[in-house]
Design a protein around this ligand. Structure first.
Ligand SMILES: NC(=O)c1ccc[n+]([C@@H]2O[C@H](COP(=O)([O-])OP(=O)(O)OC[C@H]3O[C@@H](n4cnc5c(N)ncnc54)[C@H](OP(=O)(O)O)[C@@H]3O)[C@@H](O)[C@H]2O)c1
Length: 247
């Protein structure tokens, strides 16, 4: 059945993949992003954009300077209040595996707040938690630069291809609301330090040194709290395959 699917954050890493997959599968797709004329924090443009929409995929994410909790609460309020008036049947929310196990970390507090606001909204929903995308290594590479050196945490992750996250989100949007979808992760566990080192090598960069992160988030990175559980659905592309495809 052809659906009208709105993708919040449809220009971002995961959202643009969901848009691509949904269009390939013949759905009618609406992009909700500031660059497409819709601000989901203020609500500007949302009412017109949601007319006739059956399902919303929320793959929005913060910009530098945003408070993650305030951001996700405002976006969820816009999507659910405006969405109710528009008659949407299903809200699929992209979240993060283990976010509730390190909710002292502001970004994860924002994801927990987003999940809670979704659950309280009264709109049938599916929360889709995934692990870090392979591109996470490039983020750490950029953020961990101090002068000529790069640092990366000793973190356990089971990274997933963002292309497959897009397929997963559209598959969920086509189905009935599940409240909680099985976690979605890549095919195997990796060391984030080794991932960043492999990226640095591929990008012609220098050495990457380990850094020990403090606090609850540092502990969660090291102790496996951010890994998927035994019932997770696994994608196919490995991190090594992703690196090879960078060319
Ligand atoms: N990156 C990961 O490894 C990972 C893993 C699992 C889950 N997640 C979660 O998945 C979500 C998407 O992550 P991502 O890395 O794909 O994000 P991203 O690339 O940073 O994209 C963020 C998207 O949100 C939109 N956006 C930001 N502010 C907006 C606003 N006020 N109104 C409307 N749209 C707005 C942006 O478009 P405009 O700038 O044009 O508005 C963009 O399309 C995030 O919530 C993240 O926590 C990420």
């Amino acid at each position: 059945m052809t659906l009208r699917i709105a993708v919040a954050g449809g220009t971002g890493q995961a959202g643009s993949e969901a848009v691509r997959v949904a269009r390939e599968r013949g759905h009618d797709v609406v992009v909700l992003a500031r660059s497409a004329g819709v601000d989901l924090v203020t609500g500007r443009g949302a009412r017109d954009a949601l007319v006739g929409v059956d399902v919303v995929i929320d793959a929005s994410g913060v910009s530098p300077g945003d408070d993650p909790t305030a951001f996700h609460q405002a976006v969820t309020r816009t999507l659910t209040e405006t969405g109710k008036d528009a008659g949407i049947r299903h809200l699929v929310v992209l979240s993060i595996v283990g976010c509730d196990r390190a909710a002292g970390y502001p970004l994860y507090a924002g994801k927990v707040a987003q999940e809670q606001a979704t659950q309280a909204s009264g709109i049938p929903f599916t929360i889709a938690r995934t692990t870090q995308f392979h591109e996470f290594a490039t983020l750490i590479w950029r953020m961990g630069k101090r002068g000529p050196l790069h640092f990366a945490p000793r973190m356990r992750s089971q990274p997933v291809a963002v292309r497959e996250v897009g397929e997963h989100l559209v598959h969920l949007a086509e189905g009935e609301p599940l409240q909680r979808a099985p976690e979605f992760a890549g095919p195997r566990e990796e060391s984030v330090l080794d991932m960043v080192r492999a990226y640095a090598k591929a990008a012609g960069g220098g050495p990457v040194l380990p850094v020990r992160m403090g606090g609850e988030f540092g502990r969660a990175q090291r102790d496996g709290s951010l890994l998927p559980g035994p019932h997770a659905k696994l994608g196919h592309q490995t991190y090594a395959e992703w690196i090879s495809a960078l060319g």
